[in-house]
Design a protein. Structure first.
Length: 103
């Protein structure tokens, strides 16, 4: 996923950190070959995506994001962030293995 940066403000910083996930961990997810899935159910006013990934040496993280364009730049706005539950981790590992076998 090519993007120019993150769209952070006071509101989404606080909301995203309420589950103990740091902003650094959230940003590191995008350097870890994350799995990105459209969230069609919640994409009424803007396109939303579920993103799952694991920063190097960290716990797997689940994100909800949207993309914001400003002029020619594309920014990721993180709506929600939390560590994944054990059942979600199993699903993520299976999906990751399948996606890598298609390469």
């Amino acid at each position: 996923m090519d993007f120019d940066g993150f769209d952070w403000d006071a509101a989404n910083r606080v909301k995203c950190q309420k589950h103990g996930v740091s902003l650094g961990e959230i940003e590191a997810v995008f350097g870890s070959d994350p799995l990105v899935i459209p969230d069609l159910r919640h994409s009424i006013s803007e396109n939303r995506f579920h993103v799952v990934g694991q920063p190097s040496g960290g716990k797997p993280i689940f994100l909800v994001i949207t993309l914001r364009r400003r002029m020619e730049a594309l920014f990721i706005r993180v709506i929600s962030a939390r560590y994944m539950h054990s059942k979600e981790i199993v699903f993520y590992e299976k999906a990751k293995a399948i996606s890598h076998s298609d390469e």
